[in-house]
Structures are given as structure tokens and as C-alpha cells.
Design a protein around this ligand. Structure first.
Ligand code: LLP
Length: 420
């Protein structure tokens, strides 16, 4: 039974658990606060489910990245992987903190430009970019396109001759993470295998190749693969720029102890030759712990001797990760944090597999309670969908006790907006 103290969320302004946003606390009336905002009050004001972010948490992590690199090298760039939270308000804030931006589609490029990232600090990725996306990159003056295939090279030379590019390499390094989010191994739809790289580089005529790129996977705790990465890439040739991708893991459960941003920076820089500019592309580790999702409990089904299902008003439409990756999450009742009995959090979708969390301990859950799931800031809103025609939740930013809606809740009308 995890007590409040055990997971570090102690009352009256003490340091919060590493799973919750920085600055989270239990307030004087015993309710969880994020960004100084009482989550029970937020549920009343904005409804549920809702994605709630502590703005300061995202800013602090962006600064931690920049500081970690700045204290070790002059030549670096921190590129926010916008797929983790493709929300213009978040992107605007991270642009202001001095990050660059990784976009994986024309849609993300559109958001990055709208959010005010200088085009020359945008990196366009994609294993199958369309001609329209390449033209969009050219027309908006995108700084770098990351080449992923021979067809990509041919198309870009035709559409945007002179474009500065990086070449994506699958370095044959497979860290231990879920297979679906592991991308660095040879058997991958992304990039060029090490052996194919010289031939690919040899075909480039009208583009300016300035560097190499690799992304070995996501939610990684073992930094050893990163120590070898710069070495493996720099053995290919001398380029001024090495982009080593994202992937630093975060704490989803109270037991998770991910490496620090400082250790990650050390690992990336270990193998980098003198004078080379090192880039990284963090997504999850910037926004993941900054966000929580709040739900309202609708019913509690106790099956004696078997299980207690606590049903909430969201599910796989607002958080696909448990279903997609078997991802594990913690949960708490917003005004009774810590301990209780073992429960299963069920979503409201018409699928038995729509389970948000298994074996979490909740203190006497009741209909009407506000349930909080921490560490849902990355790839929650990003992968939200309309299964069962459920409108997608709003995104709420909190700072110093002030809450503002930055993405509104979808309405029933929105669901028919595209009907012709
Ligand atoms: N750079 C590239 C080229 C990527 O493909 C990715 C993630 C990142 C950076 C950012 O990785 P991060 O720092 O966020 O781990 N939907 C999955 C994750 C898929 C990530 C795909 N690429 C999830 O919910 O875990």
C-alpha cells in the first residue's frame, strides 16, 4: 500500500513525487494541486476528462536540457519532438525557451510555424514524406529535412534543390524498450542501414548534406546505447552536425527511476568528436510528467474475490498507450491521495481491453470522485481519437494558481463538422 509519503507527495508545499508535475502538492483541504490549481475545482470548471499541465514543469525541463548541454559544450541544439504534445500553446512556450522543433508531418510543420518556431530551426522528418509536404517545407523555409529513403532524396532534389539535409541512419543499436517504439535496429522502416549509407550519400547531387541523424527508440532508461551512438555515426564520415534523436525515459510509475537529463547529455556527448554540433530531440521527457489527466468516476463494480473496476468518463480515446503498449500508469483520487485497496481503472469504451490502469491502490473510490492519472503529458493528447464518437478532452495550462484552457473540449457538433 503506497502511502502519500512513500511516493513523495507530501502536504504543505513539500517536494512532489517525481511522477507528478513539478510543484504539485496536496493543499490545505487535502486536494491535489497542479500548477497551484486545485484539481477538484478544475474538474468542476472545465469538466472531465481534461488534460491538465503545469506550465512551469515544461519550462523547467526545457531549461534543464539547455543547461545540461550548455555546461558541457558550446555546440548543441535541443530540438523539441512536437509529436509528444502537438499543441501550439505548448510549442509556443518551448519556442520561447529557445528550443528548436522536430516535425514529422506537414500537420506538425503547420503547428510549429503557427507556434512561432523560426523556420530555420525546424527539422522535417518522415519515412514517407509526400511531395506536398516537401513543397510545404521549401515554401516555409524549413531549416533541415531529414532524408529517409532514396525516393526521398530524388523527390527533394526535384522539389527543393539546395535544401540543407541530414541523412537518417538506423545504426543497428536496439535499446531495451517496447518493440513498437524501438526504431534503431536494422529491421526498421526508418532510414538507411549502415551498409546502405555510402550509396545513399553518393546519390546526393543537389542537396547540402550537413549531418547524420539517428533515433534509437523511446522510453529508454539504459543510457549505454547513447554512448556508442555518436561514435557509430561519426565513423560514417565527417559532418558538422550529429542529431542523436530523442528517447530519454520518464517515470510513469512510482517505482520508475529514469536517468537525469544531465546523465543523458553526458552519454550523448561521450562519443561525439571535437567540434561537432550535437543535437537531441526530446519529446516525452519534456512534456510527459508535466501533464496529468483528470477523470470523473462514474461507477465502482466490485466482483468479490476477483476485482474492483473503477469506471471513468474517458479511456482509450484520450490515452491509447495502455492499449497500444501495455503502458502502466498510477492513479489517485484527487482529494484522498495515497493508499487504499487495489483497483482496476476502466475506460468507458466498448472494448474489454479499454483499461487505463491495473492494480493501482485507491482510497475508497466512489461515484463522483475526481480521479487523477499522472504522467499523461506525452502522447496522450497527441494520440487522442474519437472512438465511440467521444469528443476529445480540452488542454488546460496551470501556472501560479491560474488555469487557462489552451485547447477547448471537442463538442458533439465538431463530430459532424467534416460531413459533406
Ligand atoms: N525524434 C524522432 C525521430 C522520433 O521518432 C521520436 C519519437 C522522437 C524524437 C521523440 O522521442 P521521445 O523523446 O518522445 O521518446 N507514441 C509512442 C512513442 C513513439 C515515439 C516515436 N518517435 C508512445 O506513446 O510512447
Amino acid at each position: 500500500m503506497a502511502s502519500v509519503e512513500e511516493h513523495g507527495l507530501v502536504s504543505a508545499g513539500q517536494p512532489a513525487s517525481h511522477v507528478f508535475p513539478i510543484g504539485s502538492r496536496i493543499n490545505e483541504v487535502g486536494r491535489l494541486e497542479v500548477g497551484g490549481c486545485d484539481l477538484v475545482e478544475l474538474a468542476e470548471t472545465f469538466g472531465t476528462p481534461a488534460y491538465v499541465y503545469a506550465e512551469e514543469d515544461m519550462r523547467a525541463r526545457a531549461r534543464a536540457y539547455i543547461e545540461a548541454f550548455r555546461s558541457r559544450t558550446e555546440r548543441f541544439e535541443v530540438v523539441y519532438a512536437s509529436k509528444a504534445l502537438p499543441c501550439t500553446a505548448a510549442m509556443r512556450l518551448l519556442a520561447a525557451e529557445g528550443l528548436s522543433c522536430d516535425v514529422a508531418s506537414g500537420g506538425e510543420l503547420h503547428l510549429a510555424l503557427r507556434a512561432g518556431f523560426p523556420p530555420e530551426r525546424i527539422y522535417l522528418h518522415g519515412n514517407n514524406k509526400s511531395e506536398a509536404e516537401l513543397a510545404q517545407a521549401r515554401d516555409s523555409g524549413v531549416g533541415f529535412v531529414v532524408l529517409d529513403s532514396l525516393e526521398d532524396i530524388e523527390r527533394l532534389e526535384r522539389i527543393a534543390p539546395g535544401q540543407r539535409v541530414l541523412l537518417r541512419v538506423t545504426p543497428g543499436i536496439s535499446p531495451s524498450t517496447h518493440a513498437f517504439i524501438s526504431t534503431g535496429q536494422v529491421d526498421s522502416k526508418f532510414g538507411f542501414g549502415i551498409d546502405d549509407v555510402p550509396r545513399a550519400i553518393g546519390t546526393i547531387r543537389k542537396l547540402e548534406l550537413v549531418g547524420l541523424h539517428a533515433h534509437v527508440g523511446s522510453q529508454i532508461f539504459d543510457l549505454e546505447p547513447y554512448e556508442r551512438l555518436a561514435e557509430v555515426l561519426s565513423a560514417i564520415g565527417d559532418y558538422p552536425l550529429l542529431n542523436l534523436g530523442g528517447g530519454l525515459g520518464i517515470a510513469y510509475s512510482y517505482d520508475d527511476r529514469p536517468p537525469s537529463i544531465e546523465d543523458y547529455a553526458d552519454a550523448l556527448l561521450t562519443g561525439a568528436p571535437e567540434g561537432v554540433k550535437v543535437l537531441c530531440e526530446p519529446g516525452r521527457s519534456i512534456v510527459g510528467n508535466a501533464g496529468v489527466t483528470i477523470y470523473r468516476v462514474g461507477n465502482v463494480k466490485r466482483i468479490p474475490g476477483i476485482r474492483t473496476y473503477v469506471a471513468v468518463d474517458g479511456g482509450m480515446s484520450d490515452n491509447l498507450r495502455p492499449m497500444l503498449y501495455g503502458a502502466r500508469y498510477e492513479a489517485e483520487i484527487a482529494d484522498r491521495v495515497g493508499g487504499g485497496a487495489v483497483c482496476t481503472i476502466a475506460g468507458k469504451h466498448c472494448e474489454s481491453g479499454d483499461i487505463l490502469a491495473r492494480d493501482v491502490t485507491l482510497d475508497d473510490p466512489r461515484p463522483g470522485d475526481v480521479l487523477v492519472m499522472p504522467a499523461t503529458g506525452a502522447y496522450g493528447h497527441a494520440m487522442a481519437n474519437n472512438y465511440n464518437a467521444i469528443p476529445r478532452p480540452p488542454v488546460i495550462f496551470c501556472r501560479d494558481g491560474q488555469a487557462r484552457e489552451v485547447v477547448r473540449r471537442e463538442t458533439l457538433e465538431d463530430l459532424t463538422l467534416r460531413d459533406v
